[in-house]
Write a protein that binds this ligand. Structure first.
Ligand code: AMP
Length: 398
């Protein structure tokens, strides 16, 4: 069974064709600058040379057609015809309060994706375009929506309700949803398997630390809390996002700088985080670490604050679950940066967390990085959102 996984952004489309027999990636690629001049497809078939095509892609439908052509190309292709593709799995940002579970797309599902345009203004329209492009290009094939908000929907009311007038929840669904759900679902599940934990009761904290960063607490694979909120802005300090701030900061900047709320929200999303804190050094954690080594004080504070906030959330989530069995690190920083993992864990001595430096000297593979006498198992679990989407698609369409 071969499954195509599609992840559409407003001007991009990432794809992977996965052979579910052994979960191997047969081909993957990226369409960039869809709807903009200079569109480009980069197609990487496994074991063959990369193929780049620079053809105009006015919309996602043309992009999907180009992907299909690349997949079936005589030289760079990996399938003889689209008949070999059993189903298509789509990453969809927001399912609102309607969907927590992945679902085969029909008209009702498309309506919900459309109804949630306000909640996911950049992603939901693109996600719907990707689905409709696949429907047009491969009629009759099942399309499955896997929601980025799905994992967080298991949160109890006490965790997802904001302490604001209830009418805003009733009228607009204003609540905490959480994002990176596919990653948190995948990594918490893999951590339970890899760590030999009880799948029904394991208390797991997943630290997804990349350019976007979030943290989740789950018991037996069910989310009890997660750090992103109505939008991905809440929670941890990220590459360019502030994470938690006093909302009065918004009003203050508006008043002092003559900006409107949208402009300030743009600053909190795109110009804050370690980029903003470091005085503009970079949103890339490698650059921040290099600047800190060169003696840049603001970069040092940004990195310290990032680590400190992760450690604070781990403490809060341990309290929320009345304990923790495993902490798993994932995403760009979590998978590659042993120094950040160690620095976070140094705050966790009170939990009996002990890191084994030799075991922590690892990147990009499943590993236990805590010592044998650590009271909490600390792990590195590389995330694989595409595989998680493919597994969900297989489960629903087999
Ligand atoms: P992601 O969003 O998951 O792709 O993660 C991207 C982030 O991971 C970028 O900020 C990178 O700088 C960061 N990253 C990747 N490798 C390392 C590393 N070895 N040390 C620190 N940060 C890293």
């Amino acid at each position: 069974m071969k499954i195509l996984v599609v992840n559409c952004g407003s001007s991009s489309l990432k794809y992977q064709l996965i052979d579910m027999a052994d979960e191997s990636v047969i081909a993957k690629g990226l369409c960039e600058r869809i709807g903009i001049e200079g569109s480009k497809l980069t197609h990487q078939p496994a074991g063959k040379d990369k193929f780049v095509a620079e053809n105009p892609m006015p919309d996602h439908k043309v992009a999907i057609q180009m992907v299909m052509d690349a997949l079936q190309d005589k030289e760079h292709g990996v399938i003889a015809s689209t008949d070999e593709i059993s189903a298509i799995g789509h990453r969809v940002l927001h399912g609102g309060t309607t969907y927590s579970e992945s679902i085969v797309v029909n008209e009702d599902v498309k309506k919900v994706i459309r109804d949630c345009f306000d909640l996911g203004p950049l992603h939901n329209p693109a996600n719907l375009m990707g689905i409709e492009a696949c429907e047009a290009t491969m009629p009759g094939k099942p399309n499955v929506a896997v929601w980025d908000t799905g994992f967080g929907m298991a949160m109890p009311e006490k965790a997802y309700m904001y302490a604001i007038p209830h009418e805003y929840y009733d009228k607009y669904g204003l609540r905490r949803y959480g994002f990176h759900g596919t990653s948190h679902m995948f990594v918490s599940g893999e951590a339970i398997k890899f760590g030999g934990l009880d799948p029904k009761s394991a208390k797991v904290i997943v630290c997804h630390l990349g350019n976007g960063a979030s943290i989740s607490a789950s018991i037996g694979g069910k989310c009890v809390d997660t750090s992103m909120g109505l939008t991905p802005l809440e929670g941890l300090i990220m590459g360019t996002r502030s994470g938690d701030v006093d909302p009065a900061v918004v009003q203050y900047i508006c008043n002092k700088e003559g900006k409107d709320v949208n402009e300030v929200l743009n600053i909190l999303n795109k110009k804050s985080g370690v980029l903003g804190m470091s005085g503009g050094v970079s949103s890339d954690f490698r650059d921040i670490e290099a600047a800190k080594k060169d003696g840049n004080h603001l970069a040092e504070v940004a990195l310290d604050a990032f680590i400190y906030r992760v450690a604070k959330y781990i403490g809060a989530y341990t309290a929320a679950m009345n304990g923790v069995d495993a902490i798993a690190f994932t995403a760009g920083v979590g998978e590659n940066d042993k120094a950040s993992r160690k620095a976070i864990c140094q705050y966790l001595g009170y939990l009996g967390v002990k890191i084994d430096d030799a075991a922590n000297d690892v990147r990009g593979v499943n590993a236990v990085i805590s010592s044998a006498d650590s009271k909490v198992k600390v792990m590195l679990i590389p995330t694989n959102e595409e595989l998680a989407i493919a597994r969900e698609t297989k489960r629903l369409t087999e």
